[in-house]
Design a protein around this ligand. Sequence first.
Ligand code: ADP
Ligand code: MG
Length: 293
Amino acid sequence: ATPTALLVGTGRGAQLGILIKGPEVLESTRKVDTIVLDKTGTVTTGKMTLLAIHTAEGVEEAELLRLAGAVEDASEHTIAQAVAKGATQRVGSLPTVESFANIEGMGVQGVVNGHLVLVGRDSLLTEWSVPADSTLVTAKEAAEEAGQTAIVVAWDGTARGVLVVADAIKNTSAEAITQFKRLGLTPVLLTGDNETAANQVAAQVGIEQVIAEVLPREKVAVVTRLQAEGKVVAMVGDGVNDAAALAQADLGLAMGTGTDVAIEAADLTLVRGDLRSAADAIRLSRRTLGTIK
Ligand code: ADP
Ligand code: MG
């Protein structure tokens, strides 16, 4: 295509709510055959709320919320913010946390009122040799079957409760995925969340391929692996943990509603955070470059 055609293409993109880093980006957009989608914040709204609280025997709900809420209050993670907010709404102000640490892709830990508190996915507790509690395991599994995210709370080496958080699927996601398929692209859902919840969301939007329970640093390896299989990969994400994968993808697309780190790493920004704009971008590049498909 001529430079003029590419410039016209990028201008048209801006009208469609697609910001393109440079005219050459349209070239890589055209060749894409696989589109990897981050779940939280990309396919779903990312605005989590605390839905349910389950306690182990002998544990007071208010105590669970105070300790878990205090540790999560120190984290920026969307799950953490939902827990801290939900806890504050139910018990008022939260105690202070000492020795806080974020364990990427796993959860958080900190000392509250003299207790060493862990909040996160169940593998975090396994790592700390905290024995499972059968009542809590049942509650966790039921939440995941419903497509929700269950996180476990433990202190002083004992599992104390399960907190259930969830966000909603964006109402534009299913249509966007139908459009990707019509364009000949294979959608893949990629997430750090658990497999059951991820499968549930995938089924609701029409995605057949799911890669779940992926640590933030492993997301880039998933993209590399697909490329090694000969795929030309577009990746759509919004989070700090998506940045490396966005940069590695043949085409990186960031949600305009996402973090600056993701936007900087991407080739293209979907200004409105609407996944259908990704299909618009691919159609635009094919049209601009005169390929009929
Ligand atoms: P995603 O890829 O969906 O954005 P992350 O990689 O950030 O997810 O996190 C993966 C999983 O680790 C979460 O689904 C959750 O179970 C757990 N997790 C991570 N951070 C936290 C936190 N601050 N509090 C509770 N759980 C967390
Ligand atoms: Mg995300």
